[in-house]
Design a protein around this ligand. Structure first.
Ligand SMILES: *Cc1c(COP(=O)(O)O)cnc(C)c1O
Length: 426
């Protein structure tokens, strides 16, 4: 355990010693807020903005030729981005591509692998994953003629916070065809042992897909070692690629020969794509799972920001993230527990992602008060304040100030000024 101190001076010292401190200048925070919501929508960076403007200029200047300039860079843009993303998860370059959104990529993964038989027809999920993953799974079993009750096997959390890995493994019975799980739970930040769970699935002949939405860009993964069948993620959270940015898709090379569940002309081999034949001949790489024309403007910011991430190095990002979240927990223990706050995430480094889950029965009103203090938190029903001190742009001093504000809001009962009525996007 790191030795922290509770003074402001200590926070400032940590900042001077932070090897990633200079990356903060690459991100834009015009309003001077303490932006703790990077796990929902990461801040814009200068690099992302420049990359986007560049693509707009190329379109303006070259028209249709945008597809062939710079050695067809933009025609093959998913390859360019896939290679940069592969470094974050230690996958082979051709196992990673970018396309559509996370939800559609789940559909793509499941429709590729889910071939139910009389004996094996269930999809195993947990009950704490983000709802869109469940909606996608439910609709996939229905497409095959099952009811959700018949074919979706749900492993329930015992305490509403965490999922037991043992129960997941116990649930891998002979009737399970496929498992879909989150790497990190979006509310409690629990990081699952992906290697162990993947191995157990494979021992039983079960296909496994991972949703990396809450770990990509903050937790390094070693996919050469974990060896999952497929994975999906969004790029707008920790990776800061912009609202609605193109999502990520990984497929293990051992499956390249499999036919994509959802096929389209951009998944065809590049050499024959413009022969426009009626027979689909898919490229034998993750890019074979592409469907239609890639949205360049949803991709360019990702190129810009991935340059920052690869310069910083995902392992260094994880080191700071673990340290700064531990610091936040330390200050919360020191100053906030007397005011009804509790830590709702796992404490062990190997079991937690990049955010701190702070619980309080007045969480909703506290979050509103935080905004008036220029702190951007992330509220999740019913009592969770999610706080993500993103390694590349949050300072230890900001974490110090944040805790001071959290303390004041409850100590001075400031939250009582606010309504509990929810808005459309909480
Ligand atoms: C954020 C998130 C999504 C988002 O899905 P989109 O289709 O990209 O909007 C999906 N699953 C999980 C677990 C998430 O955290």
């Amino acid at each position: 355990m790191q030795a922290f101190e509770s003074s402001l001076h200590f926070a400032k010292q940590k900042d001077t010693k932070d090897p990633l401190r200079n990356f903060r200048e690459r991100f834009i925070n015009n309003q001077g807020q303490i932006y703790m919501d990077g796990n929902s929508l990461g801040l814009c960076s200068k690099d992302a903005k420049e990359a986007l403007y560049h693509v707009i200029e190329m379109w303006e200047k070259h028209g249709i030729d945008i597809w062939s300039i710079e050695d067809s860079k933009y025609f093959l843009y998913q390859k360019v981005l896939g290679e940069k993303l592969a470094k974050l998860i230690h996958a082979n370059n051709d196992e990673v591509t970018v396309m559509t959104n996370t939800t559609i990529n789940i559909h793509q993964g499941i429709s590729t692998f889910y071939r139910p038989t009389k004996e094996r027809y269930k999809i195993l999920v947990d009950d704490l994953n983000f709802p869109t993953d469940r909606y996608a799974v439910d609709s996939q079993v229905k497409l095959k003629g099952y009811t959700v009750e018949e074919a979706v096997k749900v492993i329930s959390s015992q305490d509403g916070r965490f999922i037991s890995e043992d129960l997941i493994i116990e649930g891998m019975t002979d009737d399970v065809a496929l498992v879909l799980l989150p790497s990190v739970l979006y509310r409690s930040a629990q990081l699952l042992d992906m290697k162990r769970i993947t191995e157990e699935a494979h021992k039983r002949g079960i296909i496994i897909g991972w949703d990396l939405c809450h770990s990509i860009g903050v937790v390094p993964h070693d996919f050469q070692d974990i060896n999952p069948d497929f994975a999906v993620w969004c790029n707008y959270k920790y990776l800061s690629a912009g609202p609605g940015a193109i999502a990520g898709f990984y497929i293990n090379k051992k499956h390249f020969e499999k036919e994509p569940g959802l096929a389209g002309w951009h998944g065809n081999k590049k050499e024959t794509q413009f022969k426009l034949l009626n027979k689909f001949d898919h490229e034998l790489s993750a890019h074979g799972w592409q469907t239609g024309t890639q949205p360049l403007f949803s991709m360019a910011p990702l190129e810009g920001v991935l340059n920052i991430f690869n310069e910083a190095g995902i392992k260094n990002i994880r080191l700071k993230s673990l340290d700064i979240t531990a610091y936040l927990m330390y200050l919360a223990d020191e100053r906030l527990t007397n005011y009804g706050y509790a830590i709702g995430n796992p404490r062990e480094d190997e079991k937690r992602g990049g955010h701190v889950c702070l619980e309080h029965e007045e969480a909703y009103r506290i979050c509103q008060a935080l905004k008036d203090h220029q702190v951007i938190p992330d509220y999740r029903e019913s009592n969770v304040i999610r706080l993500a001190p993103v390694a590349l742009y949050i300072s230890y001093e900001e974490v110090y100030r944040l805790v001071e504000i959290l303390e004041d809001i409850v100590k001075n009962k400031e939250y009582e000024k606010y309504s509990n009525k929810r808005t459309l996007v909480v």
